[in-house]
Design a protein around this ligand. Structure first.
Ligand SMILES: [Zn+2]
Length: 246
């Protein structure tokens, strides 16, 4: 017996946030966020107040209720300064989805089953409607790793990818046999892969303080059990698999 899925959606369409209209073929990405606020009510107040200069197309409460705040034919202010592949400042080219979660500020919570179920339903609808590529479902920390850590290590990226949203390291692939794993080479090999996947904000040839933020963002998405800010062998391998499965 299968239960029919219902999507509970509330449309608000905030007029004061309406800035730039866009064509549907400009939409290439879906960016996942968490609210970092105490409750759905707080998040609604925050996202509906133009004074805060943040907005999002959708907000999903812990119990799976979907709020449509801005029409998808308008840009929202959710991505901010950001980069992915050749795209910059992704507000115009993306749809933003906020997941209600207290976040690292008030106590990071596991995303509920109902919330993820609603997210999967919504993403399926958006993927079909705007013909969004599977690999273009990303986290805020992927496109703005120096500033953002959401949706964080508790977001179920593997499950999300199994439903057709986001890249994942499914295949087995060994590192090249002749690879030289000196610290310098390891860094170069890793960041070359990340560049191919889409990550930006680093230089291939010169290490800098930024490296740790990029490594952290990559691990939060693909290797969340590893908490160090150094490049470990598993992350190196994952980066190699992802870069070769595009
Ligand atoms: Zn965010």
């Amino acid at each position: 017996m299968s239960k029919k899925t219902t999507i509970n959606e509330i449309r608000l369409n905030l007029k004061k946030h309406d800035r730039s209209k866009r064509r549907s073929n400009e939409i290439k990405f879906v960016i996942i966020h968490y609210t970092n606020l105490q409750s759905t009510l707080e998040s609604l107040k925050h996202l509906c107040n133009p004074a805060f200069k943040v907005s999002s197309h959708y907000l999903i409460s812990e119990n799976g209720l979907i709020f449509n705040l801005i029409s998808t034919n308008k840009s929202a202010w959710h991505a901010g300064k950001s980069k992915w592949l050749s795209y910059k400042n992704l507000n115009r080219s993306s749809i933003g989805i906020e997941l209600q979660n207290k976040g690292h500020k008030y106590g990071y919570e596991t995303f509920s089953k109902k919330q993820i179920k609603s997210l999967l339903n919504l993403c399926l609808r958006l993927k079909k409607k705007f013909k969004i590529k599977s690999n273009n479902f990303l986290g805020h920390s992927d496109i703005a790793p120096l500033r953002k850590i959401d949706p964080g290590v508790k977001f179920p990226w593997k499950k999300f990818s199994l439903h057709g949203f986001g890249n994942w390291h499914k295949k087995k692939l060994n590192l090249p046999k002749d690879i030289n794993l000196s610290k310098k080479n390891m860094r170069k090999f890793f960041f070359k892969n990340l560049h191919k996947i889409g990550y930006r904000y680093f230089s291939l040839n010169s290490p800098s303080f930024r490296d740790k933020y990029i490594i952290k963002a990559f691990k939060a998405h693909y290797n969340p059990s590893n908490k160090s800010i150094k490049i470990d062998k598993k992350s190196l391998k994952i980066s190699h698999i992802l870069a070769n499965s595009l």
